[in-house]
Design a protein around this ligand. Sequence first.
Ligand code: HEM
Length: 163
Amino acid sequence: MKPMMLIALAASALATSALAQPTPGTGENAVDPHVVSDAGAAPIAGQRMFEAFHGEAGISRIVDDFVTRMVADPRISEIFKATDLVRLRRTLKEQVCYLLGGPCANTGRDMTTTHMDQGVTAADFHAGVENLQAAMTKEGVPSRVQNRLLARLAQMQGDVVER
Ligand code: HEM
C-alpha cells in the first residue's frame, strides 16, 4: 500500500473518533460511526458574519428557536417525528457556526446521508427558510446578512431535497 493511502486511511479512522459521540447527560443518542468532515459548502471568509450573528451565543439562540419553529410547523412537523432534537440542535449549531466563519467544526453526518429517505421537498425546504428567517429576525440579524447565510444554505439544497 502506498504511503499516501495509509495516511488517508489513518485520517479517516481518526475522523470517526469519539468527537462524534454525544456528551453524556445531554439526552442525545449515539449514532453509527461516520466520517466527520467539513466538506460541503465553504465557510464565508472573515469574522464579520460571525459577529453579525452575535457569535456562538447568538447562533445558539437562533438554532434553538429555529428547531422549535420547525417541529411546531404543521407543514413539516411530521418529518421530525423520529428525530433526536438534542443532536439536531448541537450539529446544526456547529454547522451554522462553521459556515459563518466561526471557530467550530462539523461533527455530524454528511448532508446527503442524513437527509436520504426523509422525502424533503422543495416546498419543505422553503418552509425551513421561512422559519430560519423568523429566528434570525428575532435575534436582530439584519436582512442583508441573513441573505448571505441563506445563499450558502441554498448551495446545499440539492443534498437535502429529494423531490
Ligand atoms: C441547507 C439546509 C439544511 C441543513 C444545513 C441541514 C442540516 C442538518 C444537520 C446538521 C442535521 C443533523 C446531522 C446529524 O445528525 O449528524 C440534520 C438532520 C435532519 N434534517 Fe436537516 N438540514 C437542512 C435542511 C433540512 C430541511 C429543509 C428539512 C425538512 C423540512 C430537514 C430535516 C432534517 C431531519 C428530519 C433530520 C434528522 C435526520 C435523522 O433523524 O437522522 N433538514 N440536518
